[in-house]
Design a protein around this ligand. Sequence first.
Ligand code: ZN
Length: 370
Amino acid sequence: MDHDPQDGSVLRADLIDCDLHPAVPATSVLVRYLDSYWREMNSVRALDRLNLALTSYPQNAPLACRPDWAISGEKPGASLNAMQAHVLAPFKTRFGILNCLHGAQAMHSEDMAAVFCRAVNMWVRDEWLARDARLRASIVIPAQNPEMAVDEIERCATDRRFVQVLMLLMGETTLGRRHLWPIYRTAERLGLPVGIHAGSAYRFAPTSAGWPSYFLEDYVAQSAGFENQLQSLISEGVFAKFPDLKVVLIESGLTWLSGFIWRADKTWRGVRVEVPWVTRQPSEIIRQHVRLTVQPIDAADGAEALQRLVDHVGSDELFLFSSDYPHWQFDGHEALPSGLPATLARKIGTDNPLATYGRLAETIEEEAAA
Ligand code: ZN
């Protein structure tokens, strides 16, 4: 893939991909990270025969992958070689952040969730981070139990290749709720953004109107889920309590943001007396604390839509490059629309991710100083 430095679609050697999906090929690869009790449970309870994948992203369905990058007989995203050939090399990726979506994030048993989140993080470390120096990862946490989630964040964060805490969009509660604050406190203290990825643990219907019949309805409804959770984080006062916290909405779509900001600001002006800790307009809070990955871009005129959004939001610092590899929705090698002004493309591709992920910026600085 050639690139043209005059064109906004320029793909540079310092591109940072903020949403890559490695898939656990089978539960058997996690067994070596389980203690003797859980190894026994793995066979006694036949966990090893289960896929343990999140059903909001049906990994075994051929449709869950772009057909041009599907590998016959393999789960999409299960091969590092394929990820290298399909995206890391062609995009000339400097850093790629792995967001492993796994059923552990949705398990009802807190103990089982904690054990499998830990196993997933160790598997990612050994099979991905150790094998490609460009890769970084998000920490998969059992948000079902904030105390266990904090333990897992602290355990992984000693390895600086873990650059973010990963939460599922729709879990057991709205994300601003105070019992989850230990997670945000820990993330802020360790300089880790909290990434919220599309998907549901299906404790509740993924639409606010009831259970849908089709994946089509489920996927389209995700952007409404992001609106709900963003409003919850703002209203409950998460950003007032944790002034250095950054939240990254991953695979959220983008175009809902302009309407949301208008509605959130206007309503806040009318009834802000009930949330006295929200002392600034929601749009201001979003500009300071919230970032969004770009793929899949939910607009036909991608470049124009992004520029309009920058105008509406009043900032060009909110959007982060992502490929969303290997999901079928993403735009393949056109992940960043052509026609973007080069300055905006550079902000989305490199500057904004570096400003968001402190650990990446540190690595760049260390390398420059060496
Ligand atoms: Zn994604």
